[in-house]
Design a protein around this ligand. Sequence first.
Ligand code: GLC
Length: 457
Amino acid sequence: MTKRWRDIGSLYQIYPRSFQDTTGDGVGDLNGITARLNYLSCLGIEAIWISPFFTSPMTDFGYDVANYRDVDPTFGAVDDFRRLIAEAHARNIKVMIDLVPCHTSDQHPWFVESRSSLDNPKRDYYVWKDPKPDDSPPNNWRSQSGGRAWTLDEKTGQYYLHSFLYTQPDLNWDNPAVRREITDVVRFWFDMGVDGMRVDAIWGISKDPEFGDDSPNPHPPHDLEQYGAFIHDHCKYGPHFAEYLREIASVCDEFEDRQLVFEFYPDEQLGNIYEQYRQVIHAHPRGSAFFMEHRHMSWHAQNTRDAILEYMHRSVGNAIPFFCLGNHDQPRVVSRLDYERARALNFLNLLTPGISVVYYGDEIGMENGVLDATQLRDNFSPANSTVDSRDLERTPMQWSDSQFADFSTAEQWLPVHANRVSVNVTKQTNETRSMLTMHQTLLKLRQAMPILVHGSL
Ligand code: GLC
């Protein structure tokens, strides 16, 4: 690799199920990504982030990991991934993968053991608590995917904690053995040649040691079983947040030029405290928090300017800025705004210092998918919503106007958007003012003019 993280200007997020299918099963795979590296290289991309492709029962499409060190057969095999790294590096493209440190799948052998008996040596790998005297859950914590964050295990009579789906039990980071396991996972992939990790849901790494109730939200949603019914002042960002985060980040010090970027959202309910957490993340020279504020901002120049300057200010001298417009959990930028505004925001995002992050398909202005209830796949709440489901931002990449958009040769796991006829890579490649051409021009400019990456605003 000729460039270091600090000198590169872009990161492209790939949701592997939806990028390129090479086996004809309607689901994307690692060989598909490798096959499209020339496209990314021509676009001017200097690093890719691939969402999870590890062994998983797919209740959360890979964010429920059953084996941290293997590739799910849906996506290929470890050798395919080795080849992907080699091919990416040959094109001077860095490879970042997801690290899901706070929970596993309930099918992970650790959890299978942990739930088998109260005195199993792996019991303490997860968070188990006795019911309250009236048999109710240990506290009022809600799951981010809706409903209670506790599920009773009938056999052993205790509740286990899951900040997301009940199929995603939380790991107990207060157990040093768990911390060693996860840092070894980081070493495993860095040894293979991976250049960085996007760290998932980091806020859950430390919790209130007393497991106190979260405070009620003064403006609760209609459904009090939802996550938003409470202010999350006990279930996340516990007292060991900084310490555990440093443990993960310190693995980077054992290798040459590795980078971590943490999932991080402004939490208005926690007020300005969240800024302190961002500072904790930025304190390690190899750690950054994504700038996700665009997602939460109205269309307002001054607010946008202030938020960007604030983030730059927090990054100065240390963290690499990672500016995002969307990801696999957020509605597509074109659908949040409109085409012209999205174009302007992309333009801005491609001219901010540091690393501009492009979510696959945003470079051609892909819109949220249009799905009927029978086509929904995501298990997260709000269940069965064809308006809010995360499936909408995960529809197949639109390479061409053909029936399956050249993503696959068969029925896809999510339907390709009908607008593939006008919104696709092939068409936009030949248009001088397309969203794609704008991306290519600015991404190449970032490569050619270091001041765009390193300059002040
Ligand atoms: C993160 C991921 C999201 C996933 C959740 C649970 O927020 O981005 O897709 O569902 O963590 O792992």
